[in-house]
Design a protein around this ligand. Structure first.
Ligand SMILES: Cc1cc2nc3c(=O)[nH]c(=O)nc-3n(C[C@H](O)[C@H](O)[C@H](O)COP(=O)(O)O)c2cc1C
Length: 203
């Protein structure tokens, strides 16, 4: 069966990979090719970052490495574990919270921002390769610190499930409905302002 597609209904045309990227909860069990996985993290590597500090780190595990796969899965909240355990690849993103330059060790106010940019690149590259990712705020950061020995000054940011999108029918009732639901967004004018806060920009 062809993979479920959920293209965004956009107000003007946008790039295909942005339109088609989405966050599935059902994944095919087939493994992700090493070179595709590498390309996704290479895409993350080339994200822009404040001072080019590149505060992003990832801990990844594939299902053919059950011990490490279980370790990553255990850092997710129960709800997310329920569906993410079907994905062939799991990851955890971790941000370095301070700059690490010889003359600047101050807090990096944009650490999470830049971590997110790297993961956005990763998600778009995944879509370009026929894969999808589903990011998760629902993780247990302190458990992750304990399990993986994440040092002080670094924070677990998000869980990430990676794989080929699977059949919605494989999901339990509530999740199947959400898998099939239309993707929605706020209107453009509600968040792009000009002149002062709340003043709609004419785009
Ligand atoms: C940082 C972040 C955290 C998220 N946390 C969760 C989560 O814990 N569990 C979950 O099922 N989905 C989670 N999502 C998925 C969002 O709900 C999803 O991206 C949003 O509904 C938009 O859908 P789309 O990605 O298909 O466009 C998260 C997404 C992001 C980017």
């Amino acid at each position: 069966m062809a993979a479920l597609k959920k293209p965004a209904e956009t107000s003007v045309p946008i790039h295909d990979i942005i339109r088609h990227r989405w966050s599935p909860r059902s994944f095919e069990s087939r493994p992700v090719e090493r070179e595709k996985l590498r390309a996704m993290f290479e895409a993350a590597r080339w994200a822009a970052s404040s001072y080019n500090a590149q505060p992003w780190y990832y801990i990844i595990a594939t299902k053919d490495d059950p011990e490490n796969y279980k370790k990553v899965l255990e850092t997710f909240v129960e709800f997310n574990q329920g569906w993410a355990k079907g994905a062939p690849v799991l990851a955890l993103s971790v941000a370095q919270m301070n700059f690490a330059m010889p003359d600047n060790k101050s807090p990096n106010r944009h650490a999470f921002h830049d971590m997110g940019q790297a993961s956005a690149n990763l998600a778009l590259q995944a879509n370009a390769l026929g894969l999808e990712v589903h990011q998760m705020a629902g993780i247990l950061p302190e458990k992750a610190r304990e399990i993986f020995g994440i040092p002080v000054g670094y924070e677990a940011v998000a869980g990430i499930a990676i794989g080929y999108p699977g059949e919605p029918e494989a999901l339990p009732d509530g999740l199947r409905d959400r898998e099939l639901a239309k993707r929605t967004r706020k209107e453009l004018h509600s968040f792009v302002f000009t002149g002062k806060w709340g003043e709609k920009a004419k785009l």
